[in-house]
Every structure is written in C-alpha cells, then in structure tokens.
Write a protein that binds this ligand. Structure first.
Ligand code: NAD
Length: 370
C-alpha cells in the first residue's frame, strides 16, 4: 500500500492573526479520506480551538512549526510564511495559502529555491466550479459583517430606532460603498441592526441584490457601461466617471452616520470614493470603516491598521477583520482549502495539472503571472 499523503498545519505567526488553516471537523474529514494530518500544538489557540480537539479528530500534534511542516507533502496556511518559515517547507513540496508576489517576495524567493509549488488562495478563479474554494469571498463576508459591528461600536448613537419613555430616536443611516461580497454582507448586517441602509456600486446588476436586502440603491445615475464587470470583477473606472461618482455620492456620504467602504478592483489600488472634503461635510460623531484599507483605502485619510479622528469623524482602517471572528473565519477557510485539496489530489496522489484552469491560476498568481 502506498503511504498516505501528509498534510501539515503550522500555527499562524503574523501579528494579530488568529485564524488557523484547518479546524478539527475538516481534519476529521481529511483523515477519513485517507490523509495523514499533523497540526502544530497551539495552532488553534487564537480561534479558541484546543489541541485535544485536533487530536480527537485524528491529527498528530507536532511540537513546533518544523514538526508540522518539514515532513508534510502539503502545508496548509492562512497567511504566507515568513522567509524563515518558508525554509521549513519540504523541498519539492506544496504550499497552499494567501500569497502575493509583491507583498511576499522574500518568502517566495526561498520557496522557489526549494522548488516548492505555491497555490495562492487569492487566485482561485471566481467561477461556479471553483466557488467552494473561494477563500477571498468567504473571508470578505466575515469582513463585511465585522466592519459593521466595529463601526456601530464607535458610533455615538443607536443603530436601530428606539422608542422609549426617554423619547423616540430615529435609526442611524448606514451607507455601504461597493456591493461585492463584503459590501452585501455589510448591508445585510446593518439592516439586521435596524439601520436605514443605502448601498452603491458601479455595477448596475447589483441594484436588485441591494434592494432584496432591504436597502436603497443610491447614485444610480452615475452607473455607466464603462464600468461593466469582467469575470466577476469590476474594471477600473475612468477619471470622468470618477468625478461624476464623487459628486453624486457626496450628498449620501454627508447624510450617513456610518459609511462602510469596500470598493476594489482585484490587484489594483482601491479607488478613492470619499475625498477629504466629503469627510469634512459629514456630521461629527459619524464613522467610516474603510474595509479596502489594505489595498490603499477608499478614502485618502485612511491609515491602514489605525483609527483616526478627522473633523470629528472617526475613520477606521482595519486590516484584521476576518481575524476578529476567528472560529467561523477558520471554519470557512478550512472548507475552502479542503476543496482545493479535493481538486488537486487524485487517487491519493497530488496531480497539479497545468492544463486545469483553477490549478493554473493558483500557481501563476504567486509567481506574478496572473
Ligand atoms: P468584490 O470584488 O466582491 O467587491 C468589490 C466591489 O467593489 C465590486 O462589487 C465592485 O463592483 C465594486 N467597485 C469597484 N470599483 C468601484 C467604484 N469605483 N465605485 C463603487 N464600487 C466599486 O470584493 P470583496 O471580496 O467584497 O472585498 C472587498 C474589499 O474587502 C477588498 O478590498 C478586500 O481586500 C477587502 N477585505 C478586507 C479585509 C480586512 O481585514 N480589512 C478582509 C477581507 C477583505
């Protein structure tokens, strides 16, 4: 009998990262399917998953990162490794994680020297076939939810309408810019908290989705054919459209108590949707949560990873939204990476077939050839 394919899951070491690549239920499924799984002790700590739960699911517990990585055919991670962690991946092995050529260049150089093939989770194509592997979407839905909770906790008022003996308070107005995965979850969350919600996107086809969540689609007048989506991602918009967009949005931004911005075009700097002048016309006490902070932000005042106050408006640039809900974020991520494994393992052996559209995109992305 051939040896079982081995999978290693190290503890995440990036500052503030609380997710883990596999949760115990995913381990149990993989063990049942014939894989041998090693999990570094403490890997689930950030998500409040005990080592014992991994052990009970059939994982071998490894004492350190090297124990979980060096002997494994496939290493599963959330974040790209540091260069020293990259040196622990077996020569000729496979690594599955979020990994981008510019951001993670040093680790990728180490991995390339060790002939490690890297399957980049950012590069799963947004197609029906690859839907179960789409970790950007699963994590973006966590981000959209967390963004609203974070924003609500910084507001100086209630989100829902409140009728009480101390008077009637109107609901807060929440505006969500960009209605992709994160944006739609943000809209749904703000609605559930009882806010009056408005949503905007350059893709006209999301109007119905926004409305079906009980929100109003705003600034429809600037939605243009120029901005038609390609392969599920919006194309970059021209300067003229940007100016019309800004003018139309200014009024809605000024009226909002909470603005959640999620606009992005994959692989590019996030578009500016809220200028400094627009922030200065907002009411003091209002809050902006810029979910696109990592790719430059939708507001020029956003400082990635920081919270600032400008003219009385709190501007939050979070970089750790999925990590704020680490258990469910990990559970969803584990489903995504398990689906990737299911796709690349045939009869117990790895088959990284370049002719396969999903494998090709995931291998090419980290190498800078998307
Ligand atoms: P997505 O591609 O599904 O959605 C982005 C949306 O922005 C699309 O609907 C697109 O049409 C829209 N858009 C693009 N340009 C626009 C413009 N000029 N005006 C209005 N809308 C525009 O992306 P997603 O998966 O929802 O992710 C959204 C953002 O969340 C990304 O920037 C991603 O990096 C970020 N994110 C952040 C965290 C965090 O911790 N901060 C975590 C996960 C995701």
């Amino acid at each position: 009998m051939s040896q079982a394919l081995s999978i290693g899951v190290p503890r995440e070491t990036a500052p503030g990262e609380r997710r883990v690549a596999l949760v115990p239920e995913a381990v149990a499924r993989l063990v049942k399917a014939g894989f041998a799984v090693a999990v570094e002790r403490g890997a689930g700590e950030g998500a409040r998953i005990a080592d014992e739960a991994y052990g009970a699911a059939g994982a071998a517990l490894a004492a350190g990162a090297a124990g979980a990585m060096s002997g494994s055919d496939v290493v599963l991670k959330v974040r790209a490794p540091s260069p020293s962690e990259a040196a622990l991946v077996r020569e000729g092995g496979v690594l599955v994680c979020f990994c981008q050529p510019e951001r993670d260049a040093d680790a990728l150089a180490v991995l390339s020297a060790r002939r490690v093939r890297v399957l980049g989770m950012e590069y799963v194509p947004r197609t029906t076939k690859a839907q179960s592997m789409d970790a950007l979407s699963s994590q973006a839905s966590v981000a959209g939810y967390e963004a609203v909770l974070l924003g609500a906790s910084h507001l100086v008022k209630f989100m829902p309408m409140l009728v009480s003996a101390a008077g009637t308070l109107p609901p807060a107005v929440a505006l969500v810019l960009g209605a992709g995965v994160a944006g739609l979850t943000a809209i749904a969350t703000a609605r559930r908290l009882g806010a009056t919600v408005r949503g905007y996107d350059i893709r006209p086809e999301v109007k119905e989705e926004i409305e079906s969540l009980g929100a109003v689609f705003v600034a429809a007048e600037v939605v243009s054919d120029q901005a038609r989506a390609a392969q599920g991602y919006a194309k970059e918009v021209g300067e003229e459209l940007r100016q019309r967009q800004e003018a139309a949005l200014a009024k809605h931004v000024a009226e909002a108590d909470l603005v959640v911005t999620t606009a992005q075009v994959f692989g590019r700097r996030a578009p500016t949707l809220i200028s400094q002048a627009m922030v200065e016309r907002m009411r003091p006490g209002s809050v902006i949560v810029d979910v696109a902070a990592e790719s430059g932000g939708n507001c020029p005042l956003t400082r990635p990873g920081e919270t600032i106050v400008h003219h009385g408006v709190t501007i939050i640039g979070p970089l750790d939204l999925p990590s704020r809900m680490p258990l469910h974020a990990s559970q969803m991520y584990a489903r995504n990476v398990s689906a990737v494994l299911g796709h690349v393992v045939r009869e117990g052996a790895l088959a990284l077939d370049d002719g396969d559209e999903i494998v090709r995109a995931m291998l090419a992305g980290p190498a800078g050839g998307r």
